[in-house]
Design a binder for this molecule. Sequence first.
Ligand code: HEC
Length: 617
Amino acid sequence: MIRLATLAALAAGTIVLGAGLAFAQDAPPLKPFLGDRTHGMQLYQTRCASCHEAGADRTPRKDALIAMGPDTIVNALSRGVMRANATGMSDDDIEAVAIYITGHAPLPKVAEGPEPNLCAHADPIKPGPADWNGWSPDSANTRFQAKPGLAAADVPKLKVKWTFAYPGSKNTQVTVVGDRLFLGSNAGKVYSLNAKTGCAYWRYDAKGGVRTAPVVAKLAASPSGYAVFLGDDRATEIALDAMTGKLLWSTKLESHARSMLTGASAFLNGVVYVPVSSSEEIATREPDYVCCGFRGSVVALDAANGKLIWKTYSVAEAPKPYRVAGGKNLTGPAGGAIWSAPTLDPRRGVLYATTGDSYTDVDTDGADAVMAIDLKTGQVKWRNQVTAKDNFMVGCPPGANAPANCPSPVGPDVDFGSSVMLRTLPNGHDILIAGQKSGVAYGLDPDSGKTLWQVKLGRGGAAGGVEWGMASDKTNAYVAIADGGRGGTPGLNAIKLATGEVVWKTPAPVLPCPAPQRCTVAQSAPVTAIPGVAFSGAIDGHLRAYDAKTGAIVWDFDTAGAAYDTVNGIKGAKGGALDATGPVVVGGMVFQHSGYPGVMMGPGGRNLLIAFSVDGK
Ligand code: HEC
């Protein structure tokens, strides 16, 4: 599983050379850079070209980098997923390479000063009757909001109420508790806003990029009585006072340099359960990198002080040398990154986690698996590996030309990037629903992990199948299929929870192509459901609402279609692709983050949070 940047580049030729340049020029705040670009060019050729000119599967090609804009490139190199590839580069070098690639200078450091639109006063935090806290309103990860505060009939009347622009690219889904909204960005900014108006209570500047959905919990150890938990891209979990944004503690969960946190934590009875993921899978073409050493894990922390209670690896055996290639002692097994939020089952005393692919050709049953882990001890109760030998690194061609770090043979990259959902069927039996990048949805027995049924809903593949998540009500699961690129069948499917039988299938509408980079209609964003309606976002920027009974599209909003003057004073801000985060519905409002690198970034790498309400009231 690697779902960071590059779906557009991957979407089988939907990006054409130069397309991104036109987009960058559209962006009003960016000024063309007219100075000397020799230094940046030399850096690009020596430090970037070996990977980014090769165009190997998910590595964004230069035209895709151009489309991301200079700020995203600076962020990726200075703090994001490319920081290991920028070792030894100064801030000036990083800026020079971003300028060389895009022809534009980055914006002056954004949002370092005080927030422009602070709230006039702050009431104490008071949880509401139907909050959305963390990945899903419930810890069973159904992404079902039972009390949305609006009727299904109101959904077609949703209009933009306010917008908020902020730096960063891969951002968190929002959390809403009472009148407070929390969100973070991979530029390291964490915000608490008023959900009704978008004014800011506080901002916290984290050291690492933050992209895990925030989780708020009652905590006596926090001065206001409430804390918010988030994870960063250096595998550090942080706890902030929810009322003031002051740091309570931070705990590094994994020493492996390529580890990072992408899935939301889960909170229960004073314990925070954190899934650990990694970017080691993209180190393929680094000649000095000895692969592979990372293993995914779930870590249980004491919420009061961040102290470790237990840590359980997805891949049970520690990596050890297994093969010499390219003069390197390769180690394995490795992989099994956990990309998504754990699902809690307090009645059975377990949590469920889904795991990513394996990075080496040493067999492990901890990759592409669903696991049940004891909440108290961290002991593994069962593992169900649905695909064996999915050994994958980004950019490994089949055959003899593969870089030394590549596993052989290379697997299909059809692992899990989304959480399982726990539901009770009308007959009283519980069931787990899992969705895989292969396009297969599974029903599993929560007691044994055994597969009860499975149904293939799409072609699947590296940017295919179920990417970030599904939703379910009492009878159906709503499964979005990404299937970017040629030959895929992107769209939304409703299937019966009990049997997997398909109730309806609505293919992604294919619209006239407004710009080359907006031609992919992949539906990789996580689905959200309310009574009578399921919401699903697409890479082309459209957020759509579907009638839960028939699959008819009842509302369709292009989040990348217009420019907005935001509540925090940014003029002409734009959204972009929808990916990785889904709509959050609370108190009659729908909150959706828009903008994801690789496709349709907003001007200068800014992103847009859009708050909708009925008729915009
Ligand atoms: C060893 C190979 C390698 C090298 C060297 C490398 N990159 Fe990358 N880069 C990648 C891969 C692979 C990805 C895709 C990451 C993903 O999908 O998670 C990527 C992604 C990116 C992204 C998108 C980041 C995001 O937030 O998603 C940017 C920007 C980028 N690279 C810029 C650069 C620049 C500039 C250089 C040179 C200074 C560079 N890279 C050097 C392999 C490399």
